[in-house]
Design a protein around this ligand. Structure first.
Ligand code: NAP
Ligand code: ZN
Ligand code: ZN
Length: 330
């Protein structure tokens, strides 16, 4: 990682300028830097949990004003015209999707993320930060928060649910906070015993070590949902599908470089389990999440690093040290 000056995209009627105060570190930043998803288009400025102060708005911007505290997540643009977008699923737009970094704006300019002092983007993916949320907290809602909130809400997690949250990292810890606030019983699912006390402190009712087959087997027929935010490449459906009650839902949000293994049609049919994925969230889901977070006083666990220490923060992130999200501060 090196610091260098990059050119912001061109201004237009919808553009918003931000002086960045905070940016969270997401597992996706690491995948990008490690070229797990293909060769990055250098130079890349990662960071897509961005919060700051609005300093300028284009002529057609009505949702935010200069002086507002604002934030943006992993998506910065969509086509706004395809059926996917007009049905409120902009996060899945296949026509023209601008990622907050390592991507392109419709005008051909490159998109640059939040390990920086300034950002310029599109107001349609920019949100006003509610008064009771500080920027350092709010930034993490825009990726880790929404990626876990949206699928739990979509799949109707509630008081009758038993939700396994697999992988207790940045996304996973949010998954636990949301599922508890939705009234579910929550089981932390981690690959080792190391996070047991912390997971219980976060609100988990129980904790299971996924590398311990006997411990996992205690959950046979139990789960209504498993939210998978991270697991190892030796993952097997035969281990997890039996843990579901009828019609359970396996929701995957982790994006490792490896593929899920094959699943037997018999196993799938006989369990009636649904296997699905989820990609961040739509602008409407983000607004809904911010309201839910305020109502339930959701408090993510964060550790701060000065922006200039981003390389050190990345090193610590890779060593598995976050408890549970790192935030860079200008
Ligand atoms: N779908 C989306 O829209 C979306 C959005 C944001 C991020 N993501 C993806 O979600 C994933 C998680 O991101 P994050 O920021 O939460 O990362 P993170 O803080 O590193 O958390 C990932 C967790 O997964 C578990 N894990 C990871 N690798 C593992 C391995 N090889 N073996 C066993 N367990 C492993 C670990 O939990 P335990 O120690 O508890 O086992 C780890 O804490 C990343 O792949 C990221 O790209 C997806
Ligand atoms: Zn992310
Ligand atoms: Zn679209």
């Amino acid at each position: 990682m090196v610091w260098e000056e990059l050119k912001l995209r061109a201004e237009d009627d919808y553009s918003v300028d931000m002086d960045i105060t905070h940016c969270g570190i997401c597992g996706s930043d690491i995948h990008t830097m490690d070229a797990n998803w293909g060769q990055p288009n250098y130079p890349v400025c990662v960071g897509h949990e961005i919060a700051g102060m609005c300093t300028r708005v284009g002529k057609k911007v009505t949702n935010v004003r200069v002086g507002d505290r604002i934030g943006v997540g992993a998506q910065s643009g969509s086509c706004h015209t395809c059926k996917t977008c007009t049905s409120g699923n902009e996060n899945l737009c296949r026509q023209k999707r601008t990622g907050t970094y390592n991507s392109f704006w419709p005008n051909g300019d490159k998109s640059y993320g939040g390990y920086a002092d300034k950002w310029r983007g599109d107001c349609r993916f920019v949100f006003r930060i509610p008064e009771n949320l500080s920027n350092e907290v709010a930034c993490t809602f825009f990726c880790a928060g929404i990626t876990t909130y949206a699928p739990l809400k979509r799949h109707q997690v509630g008081p009758d649910s038993i939700v396994g949250v697999m992988g207790i990292g940045g996304l996973g810890h949010y998954g636990i906070l949301w599922a508890k606030a939705m009234g579910a019983k929550v089981v932390g699912m981690s690959h080792s015993d190391k996070k047991r006390e912390l997971a219980l402190e976060l609100g988990c009712d129980e904790y299971v070590v996924t590398s311990d087959a006997a411990n996992l087997a205690e959950y046979k027929n139990e789960f209504s949902h498993i939210l998978c935010t991270g697991t190892s490449s030796d993952f097997k459906w035969e281990t997890y599908v039996p843990l579901f009650r009828p019609n359970g839902v396996f929701i995957n949000v982790g994006l490792p470089e490896w593929k899920f293994p094959e699943i037997s049609p018999m196993l799938l049919a006989m369990s009636q389990v649904s296997i699905c994925g989820s990609n961040i969230g739509s602008p409407a889901e983000i607004e809904d999440m911010l309201k839910f977070a305020a109502r339930h006083n959701i408090k993510p666990w964060l550790q701060k690093y000065p922006m200039k220490e981003a390389p050190k923060a990345i090193e610590d992130f890779k060593a598995g040290k976050p408890r549970f999200r790192f935030v860079l501060e200008n």
